[in-house]
Design a protein around this ligand. Structure first.
Ligand SMILES: O=C/C=C/C(C(=O)O)=C(/O)C(=O)O
Ligand SMILES: [Fe+2]
Length: 297
């Protein structure tokens, strides 16, 4: 079983490269670290980059995870192949584009493209935000699943993730002490559902809430507090309907807590998503009853 060290990057194919970059800089608050004609690299922490927007929607979405060593990467590739999973080793050019020494690529059962990498580039330059959003790190992604149980089995059985909690069938999965680095949300198609950045404190969330509204950005959910991780959050829409999330105070398990934690089962109802009473404008977070009310209204 693979032992994912950390989430590293997300690659987002887009036909609106300039607009996505402008949004990431001016609204999200990320630092542009590199731009060429085909791609733009941005970050919200000291790593080389967290998001790479790639020219062309056909490039799709990709999530990259770091393996602690090259040997572990090789082992993961061999195990996947033995299990009959189609694994492709990245070319030198693909590795260079991702700023990593080595990489493999495969898909989860829904078809989400996943890359495991070794020795991703560290940066000697301090992260310099483009606006004072208070971002402290890139932290997790929400991933769309067309078959939650099958994908959950793949993420836990092949990639070593552990379930922290469920909302109905949606599993919030951890790969270290942080409550989740991946969350699988039921959807009609595969792809990245949302991209999360941690911010320092709840004041950052509230400041951004006012700022985003002033800027005419569509708020998707919040401000609120998740019942699951305890994080205070704010979700909003960017270009291509991509959802971004700021949150703070996500639960971090101690080693002992992690050892004894039993995942909790939440029902698909509003208080499972937000304990403060905020209602999501996010289809995947709404119950069927809410969905029909919204459409009828
Ligand atoms: O309620 C839905 C989302 C929950 C959380 C959380 O508990 O922090 C997320 O951020 C997530 O699943 O992405
Ligand atoms: Fe999230």
């Amino acid at each position: 079983m693979a032992d994912l060290h950390d989430i590293r990057y997300v690659r987002v194919g887009t036909d609106r490269l300039d607009e996505s970059v402008e949004f990431a800089i001016r609204i999200l608050g990320l630092e542009l670290v590199h731009r060429d004609s085909d791609a733009a690299y941005l970050r919200g922490d000291d790593r080389d980059h967290n998001i790479c927007y790639v020219k062309g929607a056909a490039e799709g979405h990709v999530v990259g995870f770091e393996m602690a060593t090259g040997e572990q990467l090789d082992q993961a590739a061999a195990e996947m192949e033995r299990a009959g999973i189609a694994v492709r080793r990245g070319s030198a050019e693909e590795c260079e584009r991702r700023r990593v020494r080595d990489m493999i690529r495969f898909a989860d059962p829904s078809g989400n493209a996943i890359e495991l990498v070794s020795r991703p580039a560290a940066s000697g330059r301090r992260y310099f935000p483009s606006r004072a959003a208070g971002i402290t790190s890139f932290s997790h992604i929400g991933l769309r699943t067309t078959d939650a149980r099958t994908d959950e089995a793949f993420w836990t059985g092949r990639l070593g993730a552990k379930v922290s909690d469920w909302i109905e069938d949606a599993a919030l999965l951890r790969i270290d002490g942080v409550h989740h680095k991946v969350a699988l949300f039921n959807s009609a198609y595969a792809g990245v559902h949302h991209i999360n950045f941690q911010v320092g404190e709840v004041d950052d969330i509230m400041r951004s809430w006012y700022f985003l509204q002033e800027q005419g950005v569509q708020i998707a959910f919040g401000p609120g507090r998740h019942a699951t991780s305890g994080a205070r959050f704010l979700y909003f829409y960017g270009p291509d309907g991509m959802i971004y999330e700021y949150s703070c105070g996500v639960r971090v398990f101690s080693e002992e807590e992690e050892r004894v934690h039993v995942p909790r089962q939440f029902r698909r109802e509003p208080t499972s998503y937000c304990t403060w009473g905020s209602k999501p404008d996010i289809a995947e977070f709404r119950s069927e009853a809410e969905g029909s009310i919204a459409h009828a209204g």
